[in-house]
Design a protein around this ligand. Structure first.
Ligand SMILES: [Zn+2]
Length: 428
């Protein structure tokens, strides 16, 4: 599929987490960006056979958002058990219902999440859930890019299974990749964690895990091992080859230094952390230390929407509130976290920005709407007043999967909704 965008504004990623906007054309040939710049002469344009030539009408092409932490299959739990204390929510609502899922459910529940990602301009999800074969199948069938990690813990999974999945899903399809990982320190025995650490060492591979989401989690870890989760995982050799943590709310200065020193990524989930009253991540301190920050929605049971626009606003506003200082984080830094920062965390160096040769994971943003006018500062508009209503088109791996409120994903949205509702009705 060859697509030519013309009359476009193009968001270029610059050093130091800054952006510039250029006017011109962007060409996609196959799954990669083949040209970017001023309009070439007609003769040059006509050398290519175009499947689509899209007049962007002065709207903005930008890299797709990277959702760096989610549990997509939890779509079935959306708005089913809200406004409860965390422990009651988890043990009396979430776990008993998850136990009733069968593998095929995950195909449809993940497909539902993918539709929502596309409407929000998200082009890749970093998923931790179970029945991962069905998750991968749904994404490949729809043409959606997927990074997975394991939710291994005391209640499910084994080291042998983790190794098998790591090998399998890194070779599964060009849209699929897989990181070593496990659920969290507080759900996993020391023996099991030592097994995970041995895989990290064997494959010299990065690792991802829920880390310091709640105050209780950190206090309990200190009681058990005399160290914070970050320090304990580091002691086990888990972080010797990169990776990072999800949430990273209750980090102290030592934790932040370990993340900075080892080049780890902190994936912040402000919507989920606010809704579950977990706390606010130390964004200011992490930025100052040079930690790579990415943004995730977390699962739809704790958010409840899969919307990067809302998350960007929350990253910024909560960080400012935490320090009572409106200057702690710049809007462009947040936009960087949602795009290139996420790509870095997810091992997607080929899909981090709009450059010739990069993978064509991109979105077209409608600037001709009231919330984007006047055009004083486009990048600030994106972070502070943008919303999914501005997403005109979402392209993944060179294919348009969403355009003008319509999906082009090989699956019928009405069937996906029907299946999701059937799954919920079946639950006891
Ligand atoms: Zn999570």
């Amino acid at each position: 599929m060859n697509t030519r965008f013309y009359n476009a504004k193009i968001l270029r990623t610059k050093p130091n987490q800054r952006f510039e906007i250029e006017e011109g054309e962007l060409w996609v040939q196959g799954n990669r960006i083949s040209y970017l710049g001023k309009s070439p002469e007609r003769k040059v344009r006509e050398e290519t056979t175009w499947d689509r030539e899209i007049d962007a009408k002065g709207n903005l092409l930008m890299p797709g958002f990277k959702n760096a932490h989610t549990h997509s299959g939890m779509t079935f739990l959306r708005s089913l058990a809200d406004d409860l204390p965390l422990q009651e929510w988890l043990f009396q609502q979430i776990f008993p219902k998850e136990a009733q899922l069968v593998p095929e459910d995950l195909y449809w529940l993940t497909a539902l999440a993918n539709l929502e990602y596309l409407t929000s301009g998200i082009t890749t999800q970093f998923d931790m859930y179970f029945f991962q074969e069905e998750v991968a199948k749904a994404c490949v069938d729809m043409g959606f890019r997927l990074v997975q990690t394991s939710g291994l813990n005391n209640f499910g999974g084994s080291i042998a299974e983790l190794e098998e999945k790591y090998l399998k899903f890194n070779e599964y399809h060009e849209l699929s990749s897989y990181f070593l990982g496990f659920h969290a320190e507080y759900t996993t025995s020391k023996e099991l964690m030592e097994g995970v650490a041995s895989l990290v060492q064997k494959y010299k591979a990065p690792l991802y895990v829920h880390n310091s989401e709640t105050k209780q989690e950190v206090e309990d870890c200190k009681k058990r091992y005399g160290l914070s989760p970050t320090q304990f995982l580091d002691r086990l050799g888990m972080y010797d080859y990169g990776g990072g943590g999800y949430h990273c709310v209750w980090f102290n200065d030592t934790d932040i230094n370990i993340f900075a020193h080892k080049g780890l990524s902190a994936v912040t989930n402000p919507g989920s952390n606010a809704k579950l009253a977990s706390g606010i991540a130390p964004i200011k301190k992490m930025l100052k230390a040079g930690v790579n920050i990415a943004i995730g929605t977390d699962g739809p049971a704790s958010n409840n929407c899969l919307d990067m626009w809302k998350e960007m606003f929350l990253v910024s506003s909560l960080a400012k509130l935490k320090d009572m200082d409106a200057a702690v984080v710049d809007g462009e830094q947040v936009l960087y976290m949602a795009t290139a920062g996420g790509a870095k965390a997810m091992g997607l160096g080929e899909a981090d920005c709009l450059e010739i040769g990069k993978l064509a994971d991109l979105i077209l943003i409608d600037l001709n709407q009231p919330n984007m006018q006047p055009i004083n500062h486009i990048t600030k508009n994106l972070v502070y007043s943008g919303s999914k209503q501005n997403v005109k088109l979402t392209m993944v791996n060179g294919k348009i999967l969403y355009e003008e409120n319509r999906f082009f994903t090989n699956l019928d949205p009405a069937e996906i909704y029907r299946k999701a509702n059937e799954i919920v009705k079946r639950m006891k």
